[in-house]
Write a protein that binds this ligand. Structure first.
Ligand code: HMG
Ligand code: MG
Length: 316
């Protein structure tokens, strides 16, 4: 990678849509993903192999994966599509689509899978219906299964800077311990989720210090900021300063976690790209194209556009 390159992971089609009450047609989701894939974004989260009883909106993720495998993005912009898979059932469902539609297009990046742990027991119970320790046992199996298939694995840790049930009482050492466990299981990357947007500059700095002290490298980490308190970009600046170069964002600022009451969307991709470019960092992403997609998808699903940069550019 170029020395000034940053990686933007677009999570709008998963984190952005999973919490929508009204069922969004599969065709709209696929159109969203395929439009995003043409903007220069190289990492796109596309769905989630979770229980449809828990998160009905992600129900058609198998159809989305199948479509993406049959219609790989055209070079020269290879895209890695990723899907959440929290347990053996999720892994099995993802792999059965993969096996039925093997990736033959060598120009495409392989599909990736993501597991998602939590930094607090209450959030783990609400989101995964089990303790942290039990979730890690399940993730070990998912990570091994995915790695055996040659797939890259991302491991999220949620509520790292604040929990809707336990408040600010999240121990950075506990986050570091879970991160080390997940790396030891074979995860390729740890995505640190500020699920509630409660992160602040000092707490973000403290967390990153604890992770480094535990042996994690900047290149092992990605930041996943929700912008509920409007602190996502300032926390992004702190993370950049500590050497991190991978950041999640969501077109139009869509999103929220169904098991995090009151949580709003991720920092918007429009704001993230604008911010990085203002610092002379190279995202490889066409900002105007993302602004248009943010305008389209928010209208399509009847949400307000939560991107400041998107609204500013559209209002010109
Ligand atoms: P459970 O009910 O404890 O699971 O849920 P179970 O193993 O007892 O199975 C119960 C039923 O669910 C069975 O079906 C299973 O087959 C089925 P039944 O026999 O009753 O008909 N089932 C599944 N079906 C499809 N796919 C699966 C699956 N697993 C079981 N993978 C489970 C456990 C983990 C499944 C459940 O808690 C769940 O699906 N949770 C999903 C939570 C979720 O998706 N949350 C949002 C994503 S995380 C997030 O947004 C945070 C993040 O953005 C980072 C951040 O912001 O911090 C990533
Ligand atoms: Mg999230």
């Amino acid at each position: 990678a170029k020395p000034n390159a940053v990686r933007i992971i677009e999570v709008g089609a998963r984190d952005g849509l999973q919490n929508e009450k009204k069922s969004i047609p599969v065709a709209t989701k696929i159109e969203l993903i395929e439009r995003l894939a043409k903007t220069g974004l190289k990492d796109i989260e596309a769905g989630s192999f979770v229980s449809p009883k828990w998160v009905p909106q992600m129900d058609a993720s198998d159809k989305i994966l199948e479509h993406l495998l049959k219609n790989p993005p055209k070079a020269p912009n290879p895209v890695a599509y990723s899907f959440l898979a929290p347990n053996a059932k999720g892994l099995e469902n993802a792999l059965s689509v993969l096996h039925a539609n093997p990736q033959t297009d060598t120009a495409s990046k392989p599909i990736e899978l993501s597991v998602f742990a939590a930094a607090t027991e209450s959030f783990s119970q609400k989101n995964l219906n089990c303790s942290i320790a039990d979730s890690l046992l399940k993730f070990r199996e998912v990570i091994k299964g995915a790695k055996d298939e040659g797939l890259r694995v991302r491991a999220y840790i949620s509520v790292v800077l604040g929990c809707p049930f336990e408040g600010y009482d999240v121990d950075p050492k506990k986050v570091a311990e879970i991160a080390c466990d997940l790396m030891e299981m074979g995860a390729d990357e740890i995505a640190l989720g500020d699920t509630t947007g409660m992160g602040t500059v000092p707490r973000t700095a403290e967390l990153l210090k604890a992770l480094k002290a535990a042996g994690l490298r900047s290149e092992d980490l990605a930041m996943h900021f929700h912008d509920t308190y409007g602190q996502a970009l300032v926390n992004t600046a702190v993370s950049l300063e500590s050497g991190i170069r991978s950041f999640d964002s969501s077109v139009g600022g869509l999103g929220g976690c169904p098991y995090s009451p009151g949580a709003t969307g991720n920092v918007s991709t429009e704001d993230m790209v604008y911010f990085m470019e203002s610092l002379g960092l190279d995202t490889g992403v066409d900002l105007d194209a993302v602004v248009d997609i943010g305008d389209w998808i928010t209208k399509e699903i009847g949400k307000k556009n939560s991107s400041s940069v998107g609204k500013a550019i559209l209002g010109k």
